[in-house]
Design a binder for this molecule. Structure first.
Ligand code: WT7
Length: 653
């Protein structure tokens, strides 16, 4: 295992299992074979603008047609210039107008077990009413509406109502602190705040309104606050500023035609969970984003009319925006939406929901899959999951061991898994198997979607060789790409375009194998440099998680005089496993055996939990500080559970 060049990252993972799509699945799929996929990809690559222009005309409703497909003034893109459309119209009115108003749009289940079903026509009527409510409190085109709400249908209604009238939503995950809300509100200059009296989380009421009150004391641009009654607990209402959702809705008319909006009207800002630095307000616009979310949803989830689709993400993340709201609704899908925790009242809640609604397509995060594995197979085995036909993952790399468990235990060995690589910035999925066409390899996001041209380069911008790790870039603009960072063009250029001119720098490392499959190797900043060999965090972690006694692992570099960096790993064990020195040695040997002596961990620390962002990403930056014995520096506002950090530190002492 030699280091190929100073710039590249050593590939030490040897995953050779291949899972072709089941013949039955391919026969009924939108894209049926590797050849068909390749032809589609080639056609898009030969003339990306014609490819996207045709799709935009077919898939979106145009009040006025666009006259130019792309204006590219690197790094600033304008797609479908001159056209007028509306994302709420594409998600709702279009279906009703085409006679599909009675189809189910949202199958909602609250954490306590209450349920609601909304058809497309019903959802449209709610959205129109709430759009009128927003107008009545002075919201118009270009105003920012901050949304801090539980996962109720009203959260989707609020987003679509903004879209309908050209207001910009900024959804903030309802687990963030008052400080984090105020920061985001001030950065966005939010005019209106939407919230609820509370949210249910593991049977307890979270006091959302109280948190919002604290945030609004520091958000001076917010004039109005509208609160949904979800919990029924009394809350303080400030005269003149605060209103109840249901009272304003009672008075509102459901007549509110969608405003024809320029293609490039800002649809939303979404602050990234960011494992480093000050949160960035990622800006997405109307037509390009809506088209990209819809098309990628159809391709990747192979959407059919009889599907029941469930994306477990919260609307506070981009996954909730693109694959719970704008993608599936534009495609006319029936979407399950669940309010609460996966382990309430018990660890089988998700499987209970899959069985109850006969979910066909299930999309979740590797962090959740690892939790299910830890909780034990008995929770899965209680339920009939035979309705499932397709599984997906998003958010981080999935370790092959977890992939195989997901495939076997949840998918019964018959469901393809789509490992989808993308980012808040990309607006939608960039690389993923098309499930009827592309054979999968556990741990690989396989191939780029049509119209997406990835390139792996070294810091000079030169393409690296096969199986060599390097920086993942995208070499042609695509409709779903971010249009900038809210209020900070300079940071946008600097972060994504300055180091690799002409290419979008994703910030991840990746390699491409001999079959043209892509393997994400972790964030650029997370690379370990051991004795001049650059190792990827994901590979070391995958090796650890493949050991039956390990539930989760994080690998970071610690300064070492001799080797440059030593490998420090943090491991949380499977239920019932005791942390012993023998196990520590066993794990070191295991990594040595799986990857090689070079990657053998120098330190192994056992921990009950790893520090994560609220979206479930391990915050390796914090672990790096701990491993080095340093004080934590930088932003920790996105950390989910501060006690984890405190515990890791006290173990240290
Ligand atoms: C970062 C983006 C994409 C929506 C949710 C997260 C990592 C995401 C994968 C995957 C390996 C992945 C990358 C990426 N990531 N999906 N399938 N395999 N890594 O959005 O918070 O913007 O994070 O998540 O590092 O850059 P985000």
């Amino acid at each position: 295992m030699a280091s190929q060049s100073a710039a590249s990252i050593d590939n030490v993972m040897h995953e050779s299992r291949v899972f072709p799509p089941p013949a039955e699945f391919s026969a009924a799929a939108r894209v049926k074979s590797l050849d068909e996929y390749q032809a589609l990809w080639d056609r898009a690559a030969a003339d990306p603008l014609a490819f996207w222009a045709d799709l935009a005309r077919e898939e979106l409703h145009w009040f006025e047609p666009f006259t130019e497909t792309l204006q590219w003034n690197e790094p600033f893109a304008k797609w479908f210039v001159g056209g007028k459309t509306n994302a709420a119209y594409n998600c709702l009115d279009k279906h009703v107008a085409e006679g599909r108003g009675d189809r189910t749009a949202i199958l909602w289940e609250g954490e306590p077990g209450d349920t609601r079903t909304l058809t497309y026509a019903e959802l449209l009527s709610e959205v129109c009413k709430f759009a009128n409510v927003l107008k009545s409190v002075g919201v118009g085109v270009g105003d920012v509406v901050s949304i801090y709400m539980p996962m109720t249908p009203e959260l989707a209604v609020a987003m679509l109502a903004c879209a309908r009238i050209g207001a910009i939503h900024s959804v903030i995950f309802a687990g963030f602190s008052a400080e984090a809300i105020a920061d985001r509100n001030n950065d966005a200059k939010a005019k209106v705040q939407l919230t609820a009296d509370g949210a249910w989380r593991r049977g307890k009421a979270l006091p959302l309104k109280e948190t919002v009150d604290e945030a609004l004391a520091k958000s001076h641009t917010v004039e109005t606050c509208i609160a949904l009654k979800r919990i029924g607990e009394p809350v303080a209402m400030q005269d003149g500023r605060d209103h109840w959702w249901h009272e304003l809705m009672e008075a509102a008319s459901d007549d509110c035609p969608a405003t024809p909006l320029d293609s490039e009207t800002t649809l939303f800002i979404l602050y990234t969970s960011g494992s480093t630095g000050k949160p960035k307000g990622i800006r997405h616009t109307t037509a390009g984003y809506n088209l990209y979310a819809k098309k990628t949803f159809q391709w990747v989830f192979d959407h059919r009319d009889d599907d029941v689709y469930w994306c477990t993400a919260d609307c506070g993340w981009i996954t909730g925006h693109s694959y719970l709201v704008y993608g599936p609704l534009a495609a006319g899908a029936a979407c399950v939406m669940y309010e609460g925790a996966p382990n309430f009242p018990a660890e089988d809640r998700f499987w209970d929901i899959v069985e109850k609604y006969k979910v066909t397509t299930f999309y979740t995060a590797p962090t959740a899959i690892r939790a299910f594995i830890k909780w034990g197979d008995e929770h899965v085995e209680k339920h009939d999951l035979s309705s499932l036909r397709l599984l997906g993952t998003v958010g981080e790399g999935i370790n092959p061991a977890a992939w195989l468990w997901y495939h076997e235990k949840i998918g019964g060995g018959r469901c393809p898994i789509v490992d989808t690589w993308w980012q808040t910035e990309t607006g939608g999925i960039m690389m993923s198997p098309l499930p009827g066409a592309i054979p999968t390899k556990p741990g690989s996001c396989t191939k780029p979607l049509p119209g997406i041209m990835p390139k792996i380069v070294d810091p000079m911008g030169d393409e690296v060789g096969e199986n060599q790790g390097g920086w993942l870039t995208i070499s042609h603009p695509w409709p779903g790409m971010l249009r900038g960072i809210w209020g900070d063009d300079q940071r946008y250029e600097e972060v994504y375009w300055s180091k690799t001119p002409g290419m979008y720098l994703a910030g991840d490392n990746a390699r491409r194998d001999e079959d043209g499959y892509y393997w994400i190797m972790g964030r650029i900043d997370d690379v370990l440099n051991v004795s001049g060999h650059r190792l990827s965090t994901i590979e070391i972690e995958s090796a650890l998680v493949s050991h039956p006694k390990v539930a989760e692992a994080a690998a970071v570099g610690r300064p070492d005089e001799l080797k440059g960096e030593a490998v420090a790993v943090f491991v949380s064990l499977a239920a019932g496993v005791e942390a012993t020195d023998e196990l520590r040695d066993e794990l070191k040997q295991h990594v040595r055996h799986e990857i090689g002596a070079l990657a053998q961990p120098d330190d192994i620390r056992f921990t009950a939990a790893l520090p994560k962002t609220r979206s479930g990403k391990i915050m390796r930056r914090l672990l790096k500080d701990i491993a080095a014995g340093k004080e934590t520096v930088g932003d920790t506002t996105t950390l989910e559970d501060y006690t984890v950090l405190a515990k890791l530190r006290s173990d240290d002492a």
